[in-house]
Structures are given as C-alpha cells and as structure tokens.
Write a protein that binds this ligand. Structure first.
Ligand SMILES: Cc1cc2nc3c(=O)[nH]c(=O)nc-3n(C[C@H](O)[C@H](O)[C@H](O)COP(=O)(O)OP(=O)(O)OC[C@H]3O[C@@H](n4cnc5c(N)ncnc54)[C@H](O)[C@@H]3O)c2cc1C
Length: 420
C-alpha cells in the first residue's frame, strides 16, 4: 500500500457496510485516519468544505485530494499501489502476504532472488486483525499486528520484492518444465522457478453482535499456552470442542483461571481426544456447558465484561467473563491449490515433507531421487508455509519461521536445478 500517509479524514456512515470495509482496511493497513459521521456537525462541515453531497459517501480527504465513494481499491489505485509486475518470470513467487509470505519475501529478496508476492487483500493476513500481538519475539510490550505487517512489507520492498496487493491468485500451478505458473484474479500471468504458498486460514467467525469490536479487548480467536500467563483468578470462557479448545481449557485451568467451556454439541468426545476429555472431566476448575451457545457479549469501558450463555432449553444465563477465546476452527484458503493437484489433508491443509510419505515411501508420482524437503509440497520446488500447512502451529512467529525456512529450502531446489 506504499508508505504511510498523513492522517486521512473519512466522512461516512458507521453502520454502512462499505464504510465499515473501508475503515477496516485502513486499520489493517496501519493507515491513520479520523472518522466523522456524515450527519455530525464536523462531518457536514467537511462535506460542505469539499463540495461533496451524500451521494459521494464515503469520502476520503487526503491532503488536497478528495476521493468520493472511496474504496480500498480506488485509494490503492490513486496511491499507485496497484502497479503490474515488472517481469514475466521470477526466481521466487509467493502466494499470500500474511506473516509467512512476508517473511519469505524478506528473506528471498534479501538473498538476491527476484521475488514477487501476490496478496488478494492488503498485506498482513490474520495478523492485520490483531490489535496487539503480545507473544511475538522481540516485542516485550507487544506490537499491533497491522504495524508489524506494514514494517515487514516495507522491509520486503526495500530488498526489491514486488508486492502485488489486492491481486489474488485464481489459477496456475506446477509447470511441466518445473517451477510454478501463477494466474492472478485480473489475468496477469507470471512464472517462477520456485514458489512459497502461504495463503493462511480464515478463522471461523462467531456470528454474535459486538464480538468483532471486542477482538483483542477480551475476545480472541484461538488460544495458546502463552495467553494463559497471568490468568490466575480470571473468568475465562472458551468456545469450541476440538483439541485446540481442550488444550486451551487445560492451559488456563493449570494457570488457576476459572474456565467455562461453551460447547454446542452433546459431548466433548465427538471431536476431542479422549485423554483431553478425561483430564477436563477431572479438573474442578473447568465447567463444561454442553448444548450451549454464546447469545450475546456485553462490554464495559471498551472491554469484555460478560457473556450470555443460552442452553438447549432456551434459558439464558449472564456470566462474568474477563476473556473469551473462540476455538471454533479455521478454513485453509487452499481451494485453488487443491484444484491444481496439490496434496492436502481432508480439511484442505497442504501436505509437505514427511507427511507426503506413505509408510515411509515416496508417493509414486514424486519424480526426484530424494524425499520431499521439510516444507516441500507434492510438487518439487513449491513449498508451503504458515497456517495453511498441515501440522502448522498457528502462530505469527511460527509462520514467520516457516516463511524464512521455506526460502532456505527453495534455494536448495534452485541449486539442484542449476548446479554450480
Ligand atoms: C484475531 C486473531 C488474533 C491472533 N493473535 C495472535 C497472537 O496474539 N499471537 C500469535 O502468535 N498469533 C496470533 N494469531 C494467529 C496468527 O495471526 C496466524 O498464525 C498467522 O497470521 C498465520 O500467518 P500466515 O501467513 O500463515 O497466514 P495468514 O495470516 O492467514 O495470511 C495469509 C494471507 O494469504 C492471503 N491469501 C489467501 N488466499 C490467497 C490467494 N488465493 N491469493 C492471494 N493471497 C491469498 C490472505 O489474504 C492473507 O493475507 C491470531 C489470529 C487471529 C485471527
């Protein structure tokens, strides 16, 4: 999205979905802006000053420039952030500019590889939705996910990587002669000798009013051991019944939090490993509410205060909650890759390295006299990194590590293709 601009003025209507999308994108791009409701005195004054009627909402005032019916795409166009690729062939192509793809871009470009990254949205991936990442290496005070992404994108570009933003991948795949062909949603085609596929996942969202506004302020997607630090004595609610929910519950109970699990189904055993179910049942600090769902969230001073738990019989209980963790799973964004013959597990996560072996043997289609490298997909030279990879850790640091490692392995493939 280019460099950060001075604070923009946005006039619109808060409850208009187009407005929300624009503000959400600007927030995820770490672009400062001030928002004015169109019917407020300040909003009206701004519209009058720039000669804009309500038909032009939302309006973005960027210094001397005024953009009517602004969208993130029209702004990116105006800011020259949508330039096409400069070449038709690259050493390294990357799909996705979340933490994994951005790390691959930084390391690939800094190693001197001509590098192109395709991102269907703005850079940042899930990290862009995170108001504060508190467990990322090197930031003891935490870092806003959007800022981390912006810094990483700038770093990648400073090493020469080409970031193609708002330009997704709709096709392509392995080339018979090796490497990858990429076809973007606006029909731009490039090829590359090696590729890193890092399309991540989208967390399944919980459709409850007010929950998105509280993300990072008491409401979180997923839960790990690190988040349980300092949870002693807190009221923690976990939604979900998979292993991630079970592990989160045990982590928080071990940290002496009072844990309530809200589970839609009739038992935990349906989707959770038996050993976890047993441990949960034996842990007095965990209260499991079966056949239940979250009906509402309530905030106080901008943070989560309580939730309403509805049971199968229709009764509703208001329950104090300091933290709410949503462990309801995610969906890997690998639809196009599976269509192109990449091996995945049943849930669509890309298989790599040893996971491709069957009883220790290489699959029949594997063309090389070596096993697939650690993050290599079923296609030699095409690697997967981050959350979309089967067995990945679903953490920013893990995604960054895999992006960096995928590039190191891709360079080994390049050496195979062109021995010195
Ligand atoms: C709300 C929230 C809070 C979180 N908090 C933390 C935290 O505090 N600490 C932590 O360690 N982790 C946290 N995580 C998890 C962390 O953000 C992820 O593990 C990490 O972002 C994974 O990085 P990734 O690059 O693999 O995937 P993603 O971040 O999912 O990025 C993938 C990118 O690929 C793009 N893409 C997908 N398909 C295509 C396509 N066809 N063409 C082009 N581009 C495509 C997507 O638009 C996206 O930008 C959080 C996640 C969420 C949702």
């Amino acid at each position: 999205m280019g460099g950060k601009r001075p604070t923009l003025l946005v006039v619109g209507r808060r409850l208009d979905p187009g407005d929300h999308e624009l503000r959400d994108s600007l927030t995820r791009a770490a672009q400062p802006y001030e928002f004015y409701e169109a019917d407020s005195a300040e909003g009206r004054a701004l519209l009058d000053r720039h000669g804009v009627t309500d038909d032009g909402l939302p309006v973005v005032v960027d210094g001397e420039q005024t953009y009517e019916n602004a969208t993130i795409v029209t702004l990116a166009q105006a800011w020259n952030a949508l330039t096409p690729p400069t070449r038709s062939h690259y050493d390294l192509a990357i799909v996705g500019a979340g933490p994994a793809g951005l790390a691959a871009a930084v390391y690939g470009a800094s190693d001197g590889l001509s590098t192109i990254v395709f991102e269907r949205d703005i850079p940042g991936g899930q990290a862009g939705h995170t108001s504060m990442i508190e467990n990322f290496f090197g930031f003891p005070g935490g870092i806003e996910g959007a800022s981390l992404a912006r810094l990483a994108a700038r770093q990648a570009e400073s090493f020469g990587a080409e970031l193609q933003v708002l330009r997704g991948i709709k096709g392509g795949g392995a080339r018979p002669e090796g490497g990858m062909r990429i076809l973007s949603t606006d029909d731009i085609e490039v090829t590359a000798d090696v590729a890193v596929v890092a399309p991540g996942i989208e967390w399944r969202r919980l459709e409850v009013d007010g929950i998105e506004e509280l993300l990072g302020r008491g409401v979180y997607y997923g839960a790990g051991r690190s988040e349980s630090v300092g949870a002693a004595g807190k009221q923690v609610v976990i939604v979900g019944a998979g292993n991630s929910a079970g592990q989160a519950a045990m982590n928080f109970a071990d940290a002496r939090a009072a844990v309530t699990m809200v589970v839609r189904g009739q038992s935990l055993g349906k989707s959770m490993s038996a050993y976890l179910v047993r441990r949960i049942e034996q842990t007095p600090l965990i209260d499991v509410r079966l056949r239940s769902r979250i009906g509402a969230v309530e905030e106080a001073e901008g943070s989560l205060r309580s939730i309403a738990i509805e049971d199968g019989g229709g009764s509703v209980e208001r329950h104090a909650a300091d933290q709410l963790f949503l462990c309801i799973g995610g969906q890997p964004q690998t639809g196009w890759a599976t269509k192109k013959g990449f091996d995945t597990d049943p849930a669509g996560y890309l298989l790599t390295g040893p996971d491709l072996l069957k009883d220790g043997a290489r699959p029949a289609y594997w063309p090389l006299e070596r096993d697939p490298l650690a993050l290599e997909t079923c296609v030699p030279g095409i690697f997967a990194a981050g959350d979309a990879r089967h067995g990945s850790t679903k953490r920013v640091a893990a995604a960054v590590g895999e992006g960096a490692m995928a590039v190191a392995l891709a360079e080994r493939r390049l050496e195979e293709l062109a021995p010195a």
